[in-house]
Design a protein around this ligand. Sequence first.
Ligand SMILES: Cc1ncc(COP(=O)(O)O)c(C=O)c1O
Length: 366
Amino acid sequence: VEAWGIRRVRSALRAARKKDHSFSSGEILGSMCTAPHAIAAEAHALFLETNLGDPDHFPGTTAIETELLEDFRVLLHAPKKAQARFLTGGTEANIMAMYVAREKTGKTEVVLPEQAHFSFEKAARLLGMTLKWVPSHGGRSHPGEMAKAITKHTALVICVAGSTELGLVDDVRAIGRMAKAAGVPLHVDGAFGGYILPFLNRPSHDLRVAGVWSFSLDPHKVGMSTIPGGILCLRDGSDWDYVAVETPYVSTDKQTQLQGTRPGGAVAAAWAVHRTLGDAGFSKIIDRCMKLSRWLAAGLEKKGYELVAQPDLTVVTFRAENPVALQESLSNAGIRVNVVPRFGAIRIVVNPHVTKAALQKLLDAL
Ligand SMILES: Cc1ncc(COP(=O)(O)O)c(C=O)c1O
């Protein structure tokens, strides 16, 4: 390409960015992601050039990552020997859970509920594993049905703490008991709900639950950090060794992540939000999102809309005669929602950037 010079490039960048929708405008009501916290943006910029794939050059960033992973281990009530890794998001966490399970067990079948995220499909194709999809009841995994699908070839069972379409949380304790009795590792996909549940007064769903082998959660969703940021925590940290490769020419002995060069910016951002808000700050934000979700659900029902399920977390999904057409007309009115084809429905995710005024605008438009 010919050289444009910085001024032309900058103005092209601004023009492209202007075409985007933004969380701060209040328009985006259906996204799993949210506006990064101001301190996340600041931290990301400060650590922009850092590479955790070669940590000797970046001991400060490495220390921040170590602290953050310990914070998450504690948040998930994982035992001391557990180890979390900072990944790129929920997809990589699910791929890695399946990969480690395959290497550990030498088996290739995965039992998962129908509401599990499409990232498992990607993982199965990459890893040459077979998915056994199990019907759910009312959007939640059914331990009995899952148990029936387990065979001697099963490497991993999966359940979901905050489903993508409806935000529903599985009964992790019941599924954990079932998995433990069957002697099969259980991965809990908490990409969405994993950063919400610790701040609600709910029965334990995390690594306190016997039978849970791994748990994922995403700082780049409700966690208000920058993209890319996902966590996978294994109950027994030594299980990471099943996928370790030796790493000559960089300052580590081995790596267990898919990425070689790894951005320290997203790690610093997640650390910064976590430490800025603390548990009390997160609880306040989650409480507000939960209240707004219930308020929206009640408002939709008052207008005659049928909810696919009562909101369990901060996802509100309602049926529409023609969801695609409704999405389009809402979009024309400056309200951006997502379609959930499986239920002929529209999904709203009441994330931290979502205001009551924006939800009222949605209700008025409907
Ligand atoms: C439950 C669940 N798992 C996994 C993912 C994939 O996460 P990511 O898009 O960060 O890779 C999502 C995304 O919405 C999700 O909701």
